[in-house]
Design a protein around this ligand. Structure first.
Ligand code: MF3
Ligand code: CO
Ligand code: CO
Length: 259
């Protein structure tokens, strides 16, 4: 499949959807407290997205996904299903992944939050994973390649003795939630597709404290965990390639310029 180049009108809608996605994450972060359930976090986000924002939570019913956001705690790599029986406890780390559809276009972004106070090794994993994302964002511009993105993420993770999950990747995004290209979080400098203005995609590195291998929960069909049971972290942004760099549609107000 060919990669779509968005028009100025489409980019404006991506900007709006991205800003709203960031707002949901900013809204929900202070609700992450010891004792709250991931089911409660899902309900709060659902209300905000459908009520305040008059938007659609993209995960709900997506290939049968049962909830409006993904909540991935500790050794859960991604696609954790919010549940009323999953109470957060002091020292947990959680990824909250929000995707909304506004005016036909998607915004997709995720953050890591520590519950109460997490151990320093967990906080370090969170920080290095965010650095992986930021390093990738810094080199997005016309002429760079997808391999450049994968390479910088892999190099930074492995330099810190972490591993990169390979079974899941970033993706093109627009009118469609997951479209071409696939954005791998590992790779070789200079390899892969050359970036052009108007491309829109996510970068969403999943970095493991231990080995890279994952396991899919066959009972629920969604929850992905690390095989070795060690921690995993992920951060995600949706961006557009501009004439001279990139525009991060899902940038939150507590983040630097990023490009
Ligand atoms: N938000 C995820 C991503 O970053 C996809 C979640 S699909 C779901 O691509 F069905 F699990 F919600
Ligand atoms: Co995504
Ligand atoms: Co996402």
């Amino acid at each position: 499949m060919a990669v779509s180049i968005k028009t100025a009108e489409e980019l404006e809608r991506m900007r709006v959807a991205g800003r709203m996605t960031a707002e949901v994450l900013e809204m929900i972060e202070p609700h992450v407290q010891v004792g709250v359930t991931t089911g409660e976090l899902d309900r709060i986000c659902h209300e905000y997205i459908t009520g305040t924002l008059q938007a659609v939570p993209a995960p709900l019913n997506y290939h049968g996904f049962p909830k409006s956001i993904c909540t991935s705690v500790n050794d859960v790599v991604c696609h954790g299903i919010p549940s009323d029986s999953k109470k957060l406890k002091n020292g947990d780390i959680i990824n909250i992944d929000v995707t909304i559809i506004k005016d036909g276009y998607h915004g997709d972004s995720s953050i890591m939050v520590q519950v109460g106070e997490a151990p320093s090794h967990a906080r370090r994993l969170i920080e290095v994973t965010q650095e992986c994302l930021y390093r990738a964002l810094e080199l997005v511009r016309p002429g760079a390649t997808l391999g450049d993105i994968g390479h910088t993420i892999q190099a930074h993770a492995e330099k810190n003795y972490y591993s990169v999950v390979r079974e899941y990747c970033g993706h093109g995004i627009g009118k469609v939630f997951h479209e071409d290209p696939q954005v791998l979080h590992y790779g070789r400098k200079g390899s892969g597709m050359v970036l052009e203005p108007g491309m829109t995609f996510t970068i969403e590195p999943m970095i493991n404290a231990g080995r890279r291998h994952t396991r899919l929960n066959k009972k629920d069909g969604w929850t992905v965990t690390t095989r070795d049971g060690r921690l995993s972290a992920q951060w995600e942004h949706t961006l557009g390639v501009t004439e001279d760099g990139c525009e991060v549609f899902t940038r939150r107000s507590n983040e630097p310029a990023l490009a």
